[in-house]
Design a protein around this ligand. Structure first.
Ligand SMILES: C[S@@+](CC[C@H](N)C(=O)[O-])C[C@H]1O[C@@H](n2cnc3c(N)ncnc32)[C@H](O)[C@@H]1O
Length: 368
């Protein structure tokens, strides 16, 4: 069976997610704001969950319609073949959000969608109520300017949860965003990545995953694997295929530095959990001693709002400007929400790309 699917992502990473989907053979790929839609069967759902490094989750699109009243919405919901997705005993819950729309009561929308599913399932399975004792199905909806999308989430925990980051320091970058930046820096082959503010090691670990072709979802489970409609052997096969494609021979190293010894320890621990400790070297060093001999710098320095005062962050950007060559031979990719980063760093970026870290507008300053 073919499904219409959607992979939500950080705003600014749509083209990167699109490229990942092309690489895994998805069909009818279409990128819009914060979301890439595509088509595929169960195998594609398994593959996308296991392999996508930059998307937030994989959802089945159940309905896309336009409604300004509950009766219009109910009429559209009646079209959803809920029994194709939810088994007789399986559980389901609804969550979502409404923005700039006539139908604005989220609790009422949740209840309406749940009721529509219950009525249809009771009729199809010949029951008077749904037992909901089986595997959970998370139904999600969004309403924006009266355009409604109803989804079934297949991922469970977000795809950024790779399983290696058991502990985190004060301000870790999201794994999916780190991976997207690594793609934008075109790190795909042999070489060296350096993060002079490595924190919990996310950028280093995601770089190794990318270059060694380690599927980020290899060591975790996904919600849809527990559903009666799907086949565990397909997911198993996809895991084995991904495992067999790991490039163990890649000539690649990742170097991290941080002035906080606890972060150095954290990076080592997380790299160990991720199974890539042999490729990571970490040192307790302040940025003022940093020197880039070769490799590519990818980093998210302290932001000001979250770790230091903005003035302190600006002082650090000046030090970075002194320590980074930031040229063709010493590329540097720096993510920061500071609109005037280049002024303090002392050099204009070749390219500046807008990216969202959650709700926070950031820029990837690209020097290469
Ligand atoms: C925004 S965090 C980096 C988070 C990291 N990307 C992650 O995912 O965990 C910034 C890091 O810079 C470190 N740091 C702050 N000032 C520093 C300095 N002067 N030299 C080196 N590291 C510094 C902090 O200890 C912190 O771990």
């Amino acid at each position: 069976m073919e499904y219409n699917l959607a992979a939500p992502c950080h705003f600014g990473l749509e083209s990167v997610v699109k490229f990942e989907l092309q690489r895994i053979g998805a069909k009818d790929i279409n990128a819009t704001d914060g979301r890439v839609t595509f088509c595929g069967d169960e195998q594609m759902i398994a593959k996308a969950n296991i392999r996508l490094a930059t998307a937030e989750r994989v959802r089945i699109i159940l309905l896309e319609c336009y409604a300004e009243s509950f009766s219009e919405l109910i009429e559209s919901l009646d079209e959803i073949p809920w029994e194709d997705y939810i088994g007789r005993d399986e559980a389901f819950q609804v969550k979502g959000s409404s923005l700039d729309s006539t139908l604005s009561s989220v609790p009422r929308l949740q209840a309406t969608i749940k009721k529509s599913a219950v009525l249809r399932l009771c009729e199809k399975y010949g029951m008077t109520s749904c037992p909901e004792t089986g595997a959970m199905h998370q139904i999600e909806f969004t309403i924006r300017k009266n355009a409604i999308s109803v989804y079934l989430d297949t991922s469970g925990e977000g795809l950024h949860k790779r399983g290696y980051r058991r502990n985190s320091n004060a301000a870790p970058i999201k794994e999916t965003l780190a991976s997207g930046i690594i793609d934008l820096a075109r790190i795909r082959k042999a070489g060296t990545v350096i993060d002079p503010f490595c924190g919990s090691g996310t950028i280093l670990i995601e770089s190794v995953f990318k270059v060694c072709n380690i599927a980020p979802g290899l060591n975790r489970r996904f919600a849809a694997e527990r559903w009666g409609m799907f086949h565990p052997e397909i997911w198993q096969k996809e895991r084995e295929a991904a495992k067999s494609e790991i490039n163990k021979e890649a000539d690649f190293k990742a170097f991290g530095f941080d002035n906080d010894p606890e972060c150095v320890e954290l990076t080592l621990q997380n790299s160990k959990i991720a199974g890539i400790i042999n490729r990571v070297t970490v040192k307790n060093e302040d940025i003022k001693h940093f020197k880039q001999t070769d490799g590519v710098v990818i980093t998210n320095p302290p932001y000001g709002e979250r770790l230091l005062e903005i003035r302190e962050a600006e002082k650090l950007y000046r030090v970075m400007g002194e320590r980074f060559a930031a040229d063709r031979d010493h590329p540097a990719f720096i993510i920061s929400p500071h609109e005037e980063f280049e002024k303090f760093f002392g050099k204009k970026a070749i390219k500046k790309r807008k990216l969202y870290n959650g709700m926070m507008k950031c820029f990837l300053y690209m020097y290469y």
